[in-house]
Design a protein around this ligand. Structure first.
Ligand SMILES: *Cc1c(COP(=O)(O)O)cnc(C)c1O
Length: 412
């Protein structure tokens, strides 16, 4: 059974209930009554598993967290207010001033500015590498390195990492591997490939209908015997390992980040996210095959298309061998100039022009004038942002309709 088939069965069963309300129960209360002081004390010391306060957990979000954790084979997950909230939670729960991050591939603009402009103000240095600079990555690791951060697919450069090889480097050096799997939920299983922590923006394909901003972090279990988190490098985590055992990473993220920074998910958002999540395997299955069909047809019609399914793409071999379930909804086209790119987007009847990705509808955006407008030339070059570059996120429309619309819009 392929992964989409397997999860089509699992996720619909996990979202719905057999008794009472079938659709997830939505709890919107900001606070929760404890009934008596003894229960209140138990909730605060962790011996009673009941809601404490919505900033540190919400019952509707807890259901979403369980489904996402099981999707990735994690021990637990923590939902967040947005994908950036999830990235902030995952990283801030492990970092202190003086630490270093190694960032490989991509990179989503928000993550890039978070690392380069914001964390740098707090004494945390990030070193950026391309997905194929693995020797340089290994050389850059030192005692201050706390996180190797990786995007499962370069957005928008469409370069594919060898995730298992990078996990091998992380594990050999005892450093955490964190993967932003926003673009490839279900298609890529980072924890199975050796990663420790998975970050999602659920705003994208997981929700799929632009009804809720959200994010989540999935954590692996701490092993009983040897585990890299038990080394000196992660000494701040040791009290949590002592108290919480295999759940230490979840508890650490809740205490060290969620409680103090408050990037918490809300019940209504988590409810809407689960309604989308229920159909994620079906949508992914359809879109990853549409993307290939569209990329091939556009290439044959003379578009400059960037997608790893095309034989001339530098990571075509990796796509075939390691991305058997596709690499998400994105492809890019290069129209040469900003004017031609604007013309194409304005002529298309099908494209919704927006900064989002992973929607039911086909979305498109000119990169240099929007998300990357504040980046200098060398940074744009590193991130693969050319003047005529348009990022397309393929939707659920028929591939034939998309191809016809694009050819018409480009005046070919
Ligand atoms: C959108 C996105 C994010 C940020 O998510 P928000 O929900 O918009 O905060 C992070 N990583 C990737 C790869 C994204 O596409």
């Amino acid at each position: 059974m392929n992964r989409f088939e397997e999860f089509t069965t699992r996720i619909v069963q996990q979202v719905g209930k057999k008794e009472g309300a079938i659709s997830p129960v939505m709890v919107n209360s900001a606070s929760f009554g404890y009934g008596n002081s003894e229960t209140g004390e138990g909730i605060f010391d962790g011996s009673v598993k009941k809601p404490l306060y919505a900033r540190v957990g919400n019952p509707t979000s807890a259901q979403l967290e369980q489904i996402l954790a099981s999707m990735d084979g994690g021990i637990g997950a923590v939902a967040a207010s947005s994908g950036m909230g999830a990235t902030a939670m995952a990283t801030l729960s492990l970092l202190r001033a003086g630490d270093e991050i190694i960032s490989i591939g991509g990179l989503f603009g928000g993550t890039y500015s978070y690392f380069s402009e914001t964390l740098s103000r707090f004494g945390i240095t990030t070193h950026f590498f391309d997905v194929d600079e693995l020797d340089a990555v290994e050389e850059a690791i030192n005692t201050a390195t706390k996180i190797i951060f990786l995007e499962s697919v370069g957005n928008p450069n469409m370069r594919l990492p060898d995730i298992a090889a990078i996990a091998h480097i992380a594990n050999r050096n005892g450093v955490v591997l964190m993967v932003d799997n926003t673009i490839t939920p279900l298609s890529v299983a980072p924890i199975a490939l050796g990663a420790d922590i998975v970050v999602y923006s659920t705003t994208k394909i997981i929700n799929g209908n632009a009804s809720a901003l959200g994010g989540a972090v999935v954590f692996r279990a701490i092993a009983e015997g040897e585990d890299k988190f038990k080394s000196e490098r992660y000494r701040d985590l040791h009290p949590f390992i002592k108290k919480m055992g295999n759940m230490a990473l979840v508890a650490n993220a809740k205490k060290r980040a969620l409680r103090d920074f408050g990037m918490s998910a809300n019940g209504f958002g988590s409810y809407l996210t689960m309604l989308g999540l229920e159909t994620l395997p079906l949508r992914m299955d359809r879109i990853v095959s549409s993307v290939e069909t569209v990329a091939k047809a556009l290439h044959e019609h003379g578009f400059i298309v960037n997608h790893p399914s095309l034989p001339h793409h530098p990571h075509h071999g990796r796509y075939k061998d390691q991305f058997m379930n596709g690499c998400g909804t994105l492809l890019t086209i290069d129209m040469g100039t900003k004017e031609r790119a604007f013309e194409f987007l304005n002529h298309s009847k099908l494209i919704t022009i927006t900064a989002n990705i992973g929607d039911s509808r086909t979305l498109g955006l000119h990169m240099a004038s929007t998300i990357y407008r504040d980046f200098d030339e060398p940074t744009r070059e590193f991130l693969g942002i050319t003047p005529g570059l348009i990022r397309i996120s393929i939707g659920l429309e028929s591939a034939e309709a998309i191809i016809a619309d694009f050819i018409h819009a480009a005046n070919l």
